[in-house]
Design a binder for this molecule. Sequence first.
Ligand SMILES: NC(=O)c1ccc[n+]([C@@H]2O[C@H](COP(=O)([O-])OP(=O)(O)OC[C@H]3O[C@@H](n4cnc5c(N)ncnc54)[C@H](O)[C@@H]3O)[C@@H](O)[C@H]2O)c1
Ligand SMILES: [Zn+2]
Length: 351
Amino acid sequence: MKKVIVNTPDKSYDVLIGKGLVKNAGEIIKSITGISKLAVVTDDKVNALHAEKLLDILKKDGFETEKFVFPNGEQSKNISTYSDILNFLAKNHFSRTDMIVALGGGVTGDMAGFAAATYQRGIKLVQMPTTLLACVDSSVGGKTAIDLEYGKNLAGAFYQPCCVICDTELLRTLDGDVYKDGCAEVIKYAAIFDEKLFSELENCGGNISDGAVYRCVTLKKEVVAADEKDTGERQLLNFGHTFGHAVEKCSNYTLSHGKAVAAGMAVMARACIKKGLCGQKDAERLISLIRKFGLPTETEYSEKELFDAVMSDKKRRGGSITLVVFKETGRCGLFETDMNTAREFLAAGLE
Ligand SMILES: NC(=O)c1ccc[n+]([C@@H]2O[C@H](COP(=O)([O-])OP(=O)(O)OC[C@H]3O[C@@H](n4cnc5c(N)ncnc54)[C@H](O)[C@@H]3O)[C@@H](O)[C@H]2O)c1
Ligand SMILES: [Zn+2]
């Protein structure tokens, strides 16, 4: 088992990474939180595959447990499911000394996390990520949210868990496509921060090792510690996301986040060659790694469609936007600029 300690001004907590950690979940939760009553929040798919085993273990370890199950998928990450979770907790007499365990992908983690942040002004939370994306990204850092009618993640809170238990054995049941979405985020970390990880990915045959998950979590922790509230260095993690979100939006969210981000990274890499910010070799190396993982490096949408989507991005501030530019393998930078220049980058990346 590997351990990463995340330090934020609010709280310090452990991210435990390894195979078979579900078996030890009871002991871990007991020793870290000391609580005895918890609600496992999960989606129907993960419920069928993994929840019973976890609940059996928790019950054997003496926990009083409840389970809340919702239909899997982003369409459930809304105010109605969120409100159902809060009412479920109230109906089952959860108090401020009880806890939520979020067992699932980013949808579960984000929504159960927001419920934990707000129920009775905050109850304890343990994240148990079951997708690669959740392991390397959404379960760490404390961003929780639900979607509103007008856009994704529009209501939420910064709320850190008491610990993250990342049992990588659970990833074995993932659909190939969902796994690939997580791979896009792993490639992103390597491209922004870590040439060594990048080389490992070039030779891993499409399988992300526990060591690579550990490395990504360590990188995220370093960034989060420096910038919990996402105003400075944490923005580097948005590499591929400004244009990626635009691609996602243009597809009306039929294209998954990971695939959209993959295309967004490739567009930015091409733009950075044209703008003289990076060498052609490094950008091509990134594009060919994305391709190697079977992820898209192009998009079918026009410059105009994509730019309209960028204009509605919540990361835009008035007339300016912070682009994450690719400089070389393992190094990106922040570039605050006006919307015209952002459009030029987009146009250059699509050529
Ligand atoms: N909080 C953050 O910092 C952050 C960061 C990135 C993304 N996100 C959010 O994360 C969400 C996407 O996360 P996701 O890709 O994990 O989506 P998800 O939670 O919807 O999971 C994807 C699919 O995989 C299934 N699944 C989950 N675990 C499984 C397993 N072990 N075996 C088989 N199937 C399994 C789910 O049922 C679902 O159908 C988005 O809502 C996004 O906004 C949040
Ligand atoms: Zn992402």
